[in-house]
Design a protein around this ligand. Structure first.
Ligand code: MBD
Ligand code: FE
Length: 281
């Protein structure tokens, strides 16, 4: 029987995302006072400017406070920050990164997933819905040297747009795995086509989006973190040509270099290739 607790809620996924974030945030970054002052002054000046330019009223100011409180109570800060802010932090980081393009990590990465051989199928439910999808490719150094034993850590939403670990009806580890490349740096991962992701409409982030008349969608995507000894880890996502919301990702995290164009192999399996190039650490 399906109970209320079994269906995904904003509070459920938000609480899990907040807990997960706190667990991996082992130590506070040490930021010198000059830098704290410069960045926070700029942020506050932006807020002050918005209030003056838009003649924000007391009721609007109080509504904003109530909304900020709710984001914390429901645990949606990881979601909000990664959707609306992370893409600019990534843009700054990307300016000193060579090789395959990165993009935002988002709030739904979970470490320590099952390790899988270079040719593998991601863990899934026996009745997992969705069009079969095979992603194959090679991990290389910038000079073209294949990287054997590299890790392709992959996670993605299911055919309904939900992530395991953040939706109570999904088994732990579903559609997540750490794939280890073979002697020539190659991998071949069988999974299912993910659906576009919709920001939960029942939480404060979704309510803000609705109140502003925006849309809550991200295009369908695969998340990847690619690691190899002596190389800089790349965190990225791969999208699908022709997919809905590609041109209007709410998280502004698409890049033209990150779009797959899978082809049906004649058996109903969609196949795509993507090679990753990592720079030296
Ligand atoms: C996602 O699936 C995601 O990738 C990001 C960046 C934000 C919210 C949900
Ligand atoms: Fe995602």
């Amino acid at each position: 029987m399906t109970t209320v607790q079994d269906s995904p809620t904003a509070a459920g996924s938000g609480a899990n995302a907040s807990q997960n974030f706190k667990a991996k945030q082992r130590s506070e970054a040490v930021v010198p006072p000059e830098r704290v002052s410069a960045a926070v002054t700029a942020v506050l000046q932006g807020v002050h400017t918005a209030i003056r330019e838009h003649q924000v009223t007391y009721p609007e100011f109080q509504a904003a406070k109530a909304w900020l409180m709710e984001v914390g109570e429901v645990g949606e800060w990881p979601l909000f920050m990664d959707v609306f802010v992370e893409h600019v932090v990534e843009e700054v980081a990307a300016s000193s990164q060579r090789g395959t393009k990165g993009t935002i990590e988002g709030p739904y990465y979970l470490p320590d997933q099952v390790r899988l051989a270079s040719r593998c199928e991601l863990p899934h439910r026996p009745d997992e819905k969705g069009t079969p999808l095979v992603l194959s490719g090679q991990v290389r150094d910038l000079d073209g040297t294949p990287l054997a034993g590299a890790e392709v850590d992959i996670w993605h939403a299911d055919a309904d747009g939900y992530y395991s670990g953040f939706a109570p009806h999904l088994p732990d580890g579903n559609l997540r795995g750490v794939v280890v490349t073979d002697g020539s740096g190659r991998f071949e991962i069988r999974t299912v086509q993910p659906a576009p992701y919709q920001i939960p409409t029942d939480g404060p982030t979704g309510k803000l989006i609705e109140a502003a008349g925006w849309h809550p969608w991200r295009p369908a995507h695969l998340h990847l973190m690619v690691r190899a000894d002596g190389h800089r880890t790349i965190t990225t996502q791969l999208y699908f040509a022709g997919g809905e919301w590609l041109e209007s990702d709410v998280a502004e995290a698409t890049k033209p270099e990150l779009i797959l164009d899978p082809v049906d192999d004649g058996t109903g399996v969609r196949r795509a290739t993507y090679d990753f190039e990592l720079e030296p650490a």
